[in-house]
Design a protein around this ligand. Sequence first.
Ligand code: IPM
Ligand code: MG
Length: 371
Amino acid sequence: MSANKSLLILPGDGIGPEVMDEVRRVIDWFDRGRAVKFDIEDGLVGGIAIDEEGAPISDATMDKAKASDAVLFGAVGGPKWDGLPFEMKAERGLLRLRKDMDLFANLRPALCFEALADASSLKRELVAGLDIMILRELTGGVYFGEPRGVEDLPDGTKRAVDTQVYTTPEIERIARVGFEMAQKRRGIVHSAEKSNVMHTGVLWREVVQRVHDEEYPDVELHHILADNCSMQLVRTPKQFDVIVTDNLFGDMLSDVAAMLTGSLGMLPSASLGAPDPATGKRYALYEPVHGSAPDITGQGIANPCASLLSFAMALRYSYDMGDEADLLEKAVSNVLEGGMRTADIMQDGKARVSTSVMGDTLLRELDKLNG
Ligand code: IPM
Ligand code: MG
């Protein structure tokens, strides 16, 4: 048995492999600079897995993912695979990873780096210093609810069905994660649903309130309708600390929150399972929130920050290496302070650089910080 930390890298499609290359260089740096060794394995997911292995993720890759301390995921999908039948879509690879590993807690921190406060589409004073955690339920709701599908009707038209479904335990466990995170932050939870029109929203509100009253009365809890939440996010984003919400609302609200920080290219995420009661070990997957970005694939201009910050989250949550996570986050922040910008966060008077030059600069910054 190796004492090294194991990591499965699934670069996927589009800009996924490009940004993952920069993470690999940082992993090599940790080996050299801090004597931290990772056992890295590679696998296929998404369109490339469909082409080479006949499925958006193979059983063998699923087994590797479960055996690994953490999975680092790039991005999936692209025009080449858009027309495929539903179960063969590139996105199914990601959804299977989430479902089969029961990664129910999706942490999407929206943090506005000081250097990027002017890159947001919102005014500087609204976003400077912003630090929100969107906690998205990731294995339930309309993404997986049954029945689902499309049927042909006798009159030649079709009928499509997706089902939004949540149970008490599913809401309880995500609510607990949210309250526990808030206790370590500013102590405020906003729970977002649509209890004005959806039964799942009514249950969601009831269960979150009960978990709060019984277990976390010290946390300040607000219920907010999801549509209002999206409006409030662009009006006065700093009122939020932790936002707990379901799978679909979390998908949308986290894209909104991303733009507050300057670019989707900045946002990391962690998807965590429940810790094993005996060992404390939990399944975990880390991924940039941006997608495969077919429009800029192959040009070497993608922003590697979201992937690098996702790896920092892995250091913190899967490898218990908080100091190393701080170091990497600080290095990213300093590179931005120094004026380096990929195209997505470009501003007047800054230096527009490629993916790999951003990576070079980051490695130099790590050397500097490491003394
Ligand atoms: C995300 C993405 C995914 C989702 C897609 C790629 C399946 O948009 O992680 O936010 O809808 O969950
Ligand atoms: Mg999304």
